[in-house]
Ligand binder design. Structure first.
Ligand code: GLA
Length: 383
């Protein structure tokens, strides 16, 4: 609650008036289902405790004026928003209002907003700090203006903010996680049908924990690598003549091998096997065998390293060290090229595993990582 009070105080000191309310939305880690969300596949993210808090109040004009802790206030007219405008954190706040007014359901031009932002989701760590900001903002606007859209529509709008304002061609996982996760659960999402299933995550007293390691290796999705992998998947889909990679099997892949480049084949193999691992993980969790998901996590990492090629030495090092220290399974989580790993560990050994990872990083000369235990948390809500 104190972060909610802090962001309201920030709003008041910047604008000299009280906000209409405060909303928050979480970051996420993905348990499994990586680089499957833009080819109609399956993902299983969970919301983390770290959240973005947004205080909001409508304005009568078309200006979005915003303040973020540690930054000078910024503003932009809704008429100036577009690809790359504004940049930085304001893109997610102004982009939310801009995308909403472009929805066919909202026939009248939108109005401006005063907004304050405070977030404890680490930025650039692959924990979906930007989805947290956009989702908190959209939910604030939706509640205050009584929009009829449900949460999954808001998730799609948040994705449009990434595509059309921030310029990042992401899938729908992060935004769905931020808006739809519930505490104590991992969210199973079929990105094609948009079916959502809340899969219970074992209570903390069952003896194991999900240790998150922020490798602090620079994480950049904008540098073209993400778009490149996405293109490989699209090319493989069309060469294999399937509606989406979700529909392909390993025998389809074998049959098309002559026509695929090595890179296209490897990317497709990752996605096909990863979708199967998500389904296996879900089945194990639903039958109370959570401790047995470890090999699925580790196999996912190997596939992302060898076939999809989105790991970096820090991610591989954290995974190897965690496994050597007795983790049941470990993998990179998020887009890759830096960011975080997760390791399934016995609760009592979480600290020891973290120390082994620290030592391996020190030996390799990497920046010291940071760790926390992920607690599956509540999605976006009004504070
Ligand atoms: C990023 C994107 C997601 C998803 C993951 C990879 O987090 O924002 O949509 O594609 O990478 O699974």
């Amino acid at each position: 609650m104190t972060r909610a009070r802090d962001v309201a105080a920030l709003f008041e000191s910047a604008f000299g008036i009280s906000p209409s309310g405060v909303w928050s939305a979480p970051g996420r880690v993905n348990l499994i289902g990586e680089h499957t969300d833009y080819t109609g596949g399956f993902v299983m993210p969970l919301a983390i405790e770290q959240r973005a808090f947004v205080a909001a109040r409508p304005r009568a004009d078309r200006v979005v004026r915003a303040v973020a802790s540690g930054h000078e206030p910024r503003s932009i007219s809704l008429d100036e928003v577009g690809l790359g405008r504004p940049d930085g954190w304001l893109a997610y706040l102004a982009g939310a209002a801009w995308v909403a007014e472009r929805s066919p359901a909202h026939d009248a031009p939108g109005h401006g907003w005063d907004l304050a932002l405070l977030s404890d989701v680490p930025v650039g760590a692959g924990l979906s700090s930007s989805a947290a900001i956009t989702c908190a903002t959209l939910l604030a606007m939706s509640d205050l203006d009584d929009w009829p859209e449900g949460r999954q529509e808001l998730a799609r709008w948040a994705q449009r903010v990434e595509h059309e304002v921030a310029g990042i061609p992401c899938g729908i996982m992060d935004q769905t996680a931020s808006l739809q996760c519930t505490s104590g659960h991992v969210l199973f999402l079929d990105t094609r049908s948009q079916e959502l299933v809340q899969v219970p995550w074992p209570a903390s007293d069952t003896g194991f924990a999900l240790l998150v390691t922020n490798t602090r290796a620079p994480h950049m999705l904008v540098d073209g690598q993400y778009a490149d992998r996405r293109r490989m998947c699209e090319e493989a889909t069309s060469i294999m003549a399937v509606p989406s990679l979700r529909d392909a099997t390993l025998s389809d892949l074998d049959a098309a091998m002559q026509r695929l480049s090595d890179e296209q084949a490897a990317c497709a193999r990752h996605v096909i096997t990863e979708n199967a691992r998500v389904l296996a993980t879900r089945a194990l969790l639903e039958s109370g065998r959570a401790m047995e998901i470890g090999p699925e996590l580790t196999a996912s990492h190997a596939s992302l390293r060898d076939d999809f090629r989105v790991t970096v030495p820090q991610l591989d090092c954290a995974v190897e060290a965690a496994l050597a220290a007795g983790a049941r399974g470990a993998r990179m989580t998020g887009g890759g090229f830096g960011g975080c790993t997760i390791a399934l560990v016995d609760r009592t050994s979480a600290e020891a595993v973290a120390h082994v990872i620290d030592a391996a990083f020190a030996d390799a000369g990497f920046t010291a990582p940071e760790h926390f235990v992920a607690v599956p948390s509540e999605g976006a809500h009004r504070e």
